[in-house]
Design a protein around this ligand. Structure first.
Ligand code: 7PJ
Length: 278
């Protein structure tokens, strides 16, 4: 059976894992105070675990298109207290960051997985992760979050995303990260139009074959779902659950979601009813 070496844990990959999203950003908790946003994030994370999250993904920088930049210090102060408070839960902890300095602080705080939308391209990021025992998610994006949705452009989006992930996979392996520690992610919504996201989604089984590594998929509440359903972000839960099921069907190893309880139910039905080993 395929497994993921993930810091303190060895996670079986025989069925899709649910990664629950824990945002620690002042705009997700309008309180202003540090203590309150830490406490709110910790409480939310505990609820996600009760709801069935297999991994918690803690992020202090919003990478939504157009979101403001966050300084290294600010991001560390958002994320580290939450990681420290969650360590005793006994659930694998991921940090969602592209800043090597934040990775260093998160590694010191005992994180189990580094989820990097920049695929460890930051200075020293590869080496730092290689020197640890944590898992890593290498994600594709085109451009930078603030402007990436302005004019995404590809000759062949599936080939370009696959080739990029193959290059970052190889860079990670060369740095000494063993295969069991690596997840790859096509990066839905990161510099991709709806049509490009759809093409990549449909190509996932083929990409998995070609790349030979487990895939992480994040489509939860994203604007591609809003474009299809014409729903605002707060009304995209059913669309997100539907997309999560299809990602599972396409072979995703880890599914990154906001709505953990609903996704867990949907996956239970999928496991129970699909039959065979599809
Ligand atoms: C993703 C992520 C994703 C991975 C975000 C949002 C934007 N990390 N971080 N994959 N998305 N690995 O959740 O809408 O798709 S932040």
């Amino acid at each position: 059976m395929q497994v993921l070496f993930c810091g303190r844990f060895v996670l079986p990959l025989d069925r899709p894992l649910i990664m629950g999203i824990v945002n620690v950003t002042p705009d997700s908790f309008f309180d202003g105070g540090r203590h309150n946003s830490t406490a709110a994030a910790v409480a939310h994370a505990q609820k996600l675990v009760a709801d069935g999250a297999d991994i918690l993904d803690v992020g202090g920088e919003s990478t939504r298109p157009g979101a403001p930049e966050v300084s290294v210090n600010e991001e560390i102060h958002r994320v580290v207290p939450v990681l420290e408070a969650l360590r005793e839960l006994g659930v694998p902890l991921s940090v969602d960051t592209r800043k090597p300095e934040v990775m260093r602080a998160a590694l010191a705080a005992g994180v189990d997985l580094v989820n990097d939308i920049a695929a460890l391209e930051g200075a020293g990021a590869l080496e730092q992760v290689a020197a640890s025992r944590v898992a890593v998610c290498l994600m594709h994006k085109q451009g930078e979050p603030r402007t990436m949705q302005e004019a995404p452009s590809y000759a062949d989006v599936v080939t370009e995303v696959t080739d990029y992930l193959a290059r970052r996979r190889d860079a990670a392996l060369r740095a000494g990260i063993v295969p069991e520690r690596i997840l790859l992610d096509p990066g839905f919504g990161f510099g991709k139009t709806l049509e490009q996201n759809v093409a990549v989604f449909q190509a996932m089984p083929r990409m998995r074959e070609i790349l030979g590594f487990p895939l992480l998929v994040g489509v939860s509440r994203k604007s591609m779902l809003g474009q299809i359903t014409e729903r605002q972000v707060g009304e995209r839960m059913p669309a997100s659950v539907a997309a999560a099921l299809l990602a599972a069907q396409a072979g995703a190893a880890v599914i990154r979601v906001h709505d953990v309880a609903e996704t867990a139910d949907a996956l239970k039905i999928w496991h129970a009813l699909r039959g065979g080993d599809a």
